[in-house]
Structure formats: structure tokens, C-alpha cells
Design a protein around this ligand. Structure first.
Ligand SMILES: Nc1ncnc2c1ncn2[C@@H]1O[C@H](COP(=O)(O)OP(=O)(O)OP(=O)(O)O)[C@@H](O)[C@H]1O
Length: 466
């Protein structure tokens, strides 16, 4: 059994992570600081250390020096994304941005452990074929229907190459998981996969986050910084929501793709990098090139190979399989092994159109597991909003350009009761997202683009196709 040490000072996160890993078959020890970890344990006895970056006392990255033979996965919040780059330079095997979801953490852990086992016993893994995590897309994401099987076949074929991949799909369909599969199945798997959500980084910072900057390049640039592209050197860079990339950053990215080199903001020097690029979008990039929002030359560079992840409504055959998987996870987490769906709940799930795709399904199961009296989940607890679902089912070809279309109000609004802040947020976004960019929406709501993106994820409000 693999032994993992968690070093995290926030008790809630520490306890949740411990539970998650234990339920997935790992032996787990915990500490709340680097000093605590080194004082209490022989660090070399662990197969993996997962540590928060910011801790009271020494930073999490100092564990890399304390246990040189043990891979260290650093957890960091967006605010310290820059430090994540430094962590990678100091030797962390990977970083994961908080808040992370459980699959993301489990797949990062499985990937690192598999890679380490492979490195420790060269040749053996390939020969025995026992490497179960990260050896096939089906180990990383679920999909039995013909459409997903086609996606898996494509991933198997493209992953070992250096080809740039553009993953298309609505929000919550599993684009990030597909990117992870592409990386883990590639010869670059032992190098970092850096995932960047272009919509979650403030526009004014995105260039320096991605490409780094020189000291004095702009007000506040008190020292030179390495960017995330450089941190991915040797590995893969996953640019999610690529359609949100501002024009200047698009130009710099084109240079990386064309010349394989980056130039920091404020620098005249370029540096060669070897990065496999994977981009994803829910938007119609081709249409964006026609309106001038996205560079055509960049579009063609990115779109060498396209993988389309179908919306969940096009793979209704997978709904119950996915539900089973998420139910089993909830059952583990909550210590309720008998959790199940009533036949009516199953029917309701099969009928629902899933505008928020797999993420919505995952959230519905999580919510229902908590609300269920006992072990059985009834349709009510799933709280599937049929109206909204139908609305999102209007084919995008009909919706395109129809800025006046207003989604039906939610049930809460129908009831005429006071709107909570979240209801207000949801209404505002649904009503205005067709005619406002993410930046405008965030400005009107008085929140950052990152908060907007995070709330969309939390509330399961997908973005419509443009
Ligand atoms: N095929 C799948 N099997 C298991 N879990 C899945 C699958 N597809 C998606 N998920 C889960 O659904 C959630 C959303 O997936 P993911 O973040 O990959 O979607 P996305 O398309 O990148 O979304 P967005 O565009 O909003 O960033 C994640 O928790 C992921 O683990």
C-alpha cells in the first residue's frame, strides 16, 4: 500500500484530504507544518508528500530538500500561482491549485505514484502491463458509450505524439480530464502538466503569469519571474478556456507554437522551451476568428488535432454508469456503503438533459447523498431543474446570434420569494451572458473573473456555446 504524508495547517482541508486518500486505499499520515513533519516522521519512508505551500514556519517546498528521494506535490491557491512556478523549479513534481476537486487530486496522486514506480523498476511496468493508473484513458475517465469510446481511441492515438490538441466541449464535459489523460499517456508524463484556466486569471496579469516578466517590466514587477509556460518545459501545458486569452497573450502564445520560444514581458531575449500544448474551449473559436476576437493563425496552430467531448445529453447511455461511480465515491466519503438511487430517480436522471454536463451530475449526486434520509436517493433530492435543462437543449445553431433569448427564471424566482445573493448571481449571469463577455459580467457583478469562474463551477452554471 502506498504511504502518503499530508502537510497542511488548515484542519478542515487536512482531514478531508486524509479521508479521501484513505478511502481510495492509501495509507495516510498527517502533519501541520514542515517542522512537525520532520520531527515526527522519517520522510523517506513515504511514497509521496502532499504539502500546502504556505505553512506556519518553513514553506512546503522546503520538504523537497528534506526528502530528496520522495516526490512532493504542492497545493497552492491561485493567489500563489507564481510561487507554484518556483515550486516546480525547486523540484516539486507537480502542483495543484486550490480549490481542487477530488478526481483531480486522485488522478494527480495516481499519476505521480505510477510514474515513480515506473522510474524505480525500469522496463518492468511495460513488460508486466500492471501499471493501472494513467495507462489508458478509461482509467482516468469513465465512458462506455460509442461516442466516448471514440474519444478514448483518439486520445490513445494522439497522446504519444507531440501534436498540439484542441479539446472542444461544453463546460463540465471532462475536457480537463481528457487533457490529463493526454499528458499521462505521453512520453512527457514524468514532467509537469501545468494547467492554466485562462478565464480565471485577471486579464491584466495573464501575460506575465504565462510568460513571466523581467524586473521593472511594469509597476509592481519588483523582481524577475518565470512564467507558467516555462514551468511546463519538458512537459505539457493545458490552456483551458483558451478563447478568453487577450490579444497580446495570443501573439506571445503563437510565438511559442511557431518558434518554440518564449519572451518574458519586458525582455528582449527569447528562450527555447519544449512544451506540448493542449488547449480547450467551450466556444466556437472558428467563429471567433471571423469576428476578430481570436487570431486566425493561432487557431490553425492550435487546431492541428481536435478532440470533441460530447455533451452528456448526447451520451445518455453513460448517465447511470457515471452516477454509479459518483455514488460509490460519495458512499466512501460518507461511510454509507448502501447508497443507491430509487428506480424513479434513475428514470429522472435518464430523462434530464444535463446542461451542466458531468459536473452537474456529479454535484447532483453529491447534494442528494447529503440530503437523502437513509441510504436511498429519491428524485426530489436530485433537484433536477427540468426547465433550465430544456432551455439549454436548444441547438446552438438556433441560439447563435440570438442575444435577446432569455432563459426561463428558476423555480425560486417563480415562487416570488426573496432572491438570495446566489439566486441573484445566477439570474444575472443567465440573463446577460449572451451579450456580455466574462470580464464585463464580472465587472457588473463587482467580482473578479476568477470569482465569476469559481461561482459558475460551484453553482453548476455552464456557459452557453457562443
Ligand atoms: N468521463 C468522466 N468520468 C468521470 N468524471 C468525469 C468525466 N467527465 C467529467 N468528469 C468530472 O466532471 C467534472 C468536470 O470535468 P472537467 O473539469 O474535466 O470538465 P471541463 O470540460 O474541463 O469543464 P470546464 O470547461 O468548465 O472547465 C470533474 O469533477 C471531472 O472529474
Amino acid at each position: 500500500m502506498h504511504r502518503i504524508l499530508i502537510v497542511e495547517d488548515e484542519e478542515i482541508i487536512r482531514a478531508a484530504l486524509r479521508k479521501l486518500l484513505q478511502h481510495n486505499g492509501y495509507e495516510v499520515a498527517v502533519a501541520d507544518s514542515v517542522e512537525g513533519a520532520t520531527g515526527e516522521y522519517d520522510l523517506d519512508a513515504f511514497d509521496l508528500i502532499i504539502s500546502d505551500l504556505r505553512l506556519p514556519g518553513e514553506a512546503g517546498t522546503s520538504l523537497i530538500g528534506h526528502a530528496p528521494g520522495v516526490p512532493v506535490l504542492i497545493m497552492t491557491s491561485y493567489a500563489s500561482l507564481r510561487s507554484a512556478v518556483d515550486s516546480m523549479k525547486k523540484g516539486a513534481v507537480e502542483y495543484i491549485a486550490k480549490p481542487f476537486d477530488h478526481d483531480e487530486m486522485l488522478s494527480a496522486v495516481a499519476g505521480i505514484l505510477a510514474e515513480n514506480t515506473r522510474a524505480a523498476t525500469p522496463g518492468e511496468q511495460e513488460a508486466s502491463g500492471t501499471d493501472s493508473s494513467g495507462s489508458d484513458p478509461a482509467d482516468i475517465m469513465y465512458g462506455q458509450c460509442a461516442a466516448m469510446q471514440r474519444v478514448f481511441t483518439l486520445i490513445r492515438k494522439v497522446a504519444p505524439t507531440e501534436t498540439t490538441v484542441l479539446i472542444q466541449g461544453e463546460s463540465g464535459t471532462g475536457k480537463e480530464l481528457a487533457a490529463r489523460a493526454l499528458h499521462l499517456l505521453s512520453p512527457r508524463a514524468s514532467h509537469p502538466l501545468i494547467s492554466v484556466n485562462c478565464a480565471a486569471i485577471p486579464e491584466s496579469l495573464i501575460e506575465s503569469e504565462l510568460f513571466g516578466h523581467e524586473k521593472g517590466a511594469f509597476t509592481g514587477a519588483v523582481s524577475a519571474r518565470t512564467g507558467l509556460v516555462e514551468a511546463a518545459d519538458g512537459g505539457s501545458l493545458f490552456l483551458d478556456e483558451i478563447g478568453e486569452l487577450p490579444p497580446e497573450a495570443q501573439a506571445r502564445l503563437l510565438r511559442v507554437l511557431q518558434e518554440g520560444e518564449i519572451r518574458k514581458v519586458g525582455s528582449t531575449q527569447s528562450r527555447q522551451v519544449s512544451v506540448r500544448m493542449i488547449a480547450a474551449t467551450h466556444r466556437n473559436l472558428k467563429a471567433m476568428t471571423r469576428t476578430g476576437e481570436f487570431r486566425e493563425d493561432l487557431y490553425y496552430r492550435l487546431n492541428v488535432m481536435q478532440i470533441r467531448i460530447p455533451p452528456l445529453r448526447e451520451r445518455q447511455g453513460d448517465v447511470l454508469g457515471l452516477s454509479k461511480r459518483f455514488l460509490a465515491r460519495q458512499a466512501d466519503r460518507m461511510g454509507k456503503p448502501g447508497l443507491s438511487l430509487t428506480p424513479e430517480a434513475m428514470k429522472a436522471m435518464e430523462r434530464h438533459r444535463w446542461p451542466g454536463n458531468v459536473r452537474e451530475l456529479e454535484n447532483a449526486i453529491e447534494r442528494a447523498s447529503i440530503l437523502a434520509d437513509g441510504d436511498v436517493i429519491a428524485p426530489d433530492q436530485l433537484d433536477l431543474d427540468i426547465e433550465t435543462g430544456d432551455d439549454y437543449n436548444i441547438p446552438s445553431s438556433l441560439v447563435e446570434g440570438d442575444n435577446e433569448q432569455t432563459p426561463p427564471p428558476s423555480r425560486e424566482a417563480d415562487s416570488g420569494s426573496d432572491l438570495s445573493l446566489e439566486d441573484y448571481f445566477q439570474h444575472f449571469v443567465l440573463e446577460n451572458q449572451d451579450r456580455m463577455s466574462e470580464t464585463e459580467l464580472a465587472q457588473k457583478l463587482g467580482i473578479s473573473r476568477k470569482s465569476l469562474w469559481e461561482r459558475r463551477q460551484r453553482l453548476g452554471i455552464p456557459r452557453k456555446k457562443s
